[in-house]
Design a protein around this ligand. Structure first.
Ligand SMILES: [Zn+2]
Ligand SMILES: [Zn+2]
Length: 130
């Protein structure tokens, strides 16, 4: 995958760019991801927070993460597309939703997490590396 990563929401009001962080990308099946995406899981790519830029239009929703510390979900207030996720606990990075990438085909999940929370109709999305 190219170093420079760009992406946008459906309507184009929110765009972002940044660089790939050397950390695992993942598919998350937790309840937060289900509720935020409206589907069974979220596919997330880590970018370095340093040098990351996103349109001012991006609206941030704050919630309590699994660790008890705040996590943030960024989305477009116009079209509602989910754009990014951040947490106070991992302050060096921002995760962007794979579907928002300008080139989503360049994404590949390294692993899946919160498999135990996966819905029965979504268990086929769990990545089996065994
Ligand atoms: Zn939009
Ligand atoms: Zn999740």
């Amino acid at each position: 995958m190219a170093d420079r990563i760009t992406g946008r929401c459906k309507c184009g009001q929110v765009t972002y760019e940044g660089t790939r962080l050397d950390a695992a990308s993942f598919r998350c099946h937790c309840r937060d991801c289900q509720q935020l995406t409206g589907t069974g899981h979220a596919d997330m790519l880590p970018l370095s927070l340093e040098g990351f830029s996103v349109s001012d239009a991006c609206k941030i929703f704050e919630m309590e993460g699994g660790s008890g510390q705040p996590t943030y979900s960024g989305f477009c207030p116009e079209c509602g597309a989910q754009i990014l996720r951040r947490s106070a606990r991992m302050s060096d990075r921002v995760y962007v939703h794979a579907g928002s990438l300008d080139d989503p085909s360049a994404y590949a999940p390294d692993r899946s997490i919160y498999d135990g929370a996966a819905q029965p109709w979504d268990t086929g999305s769990i990545i089996d590396r065994s």
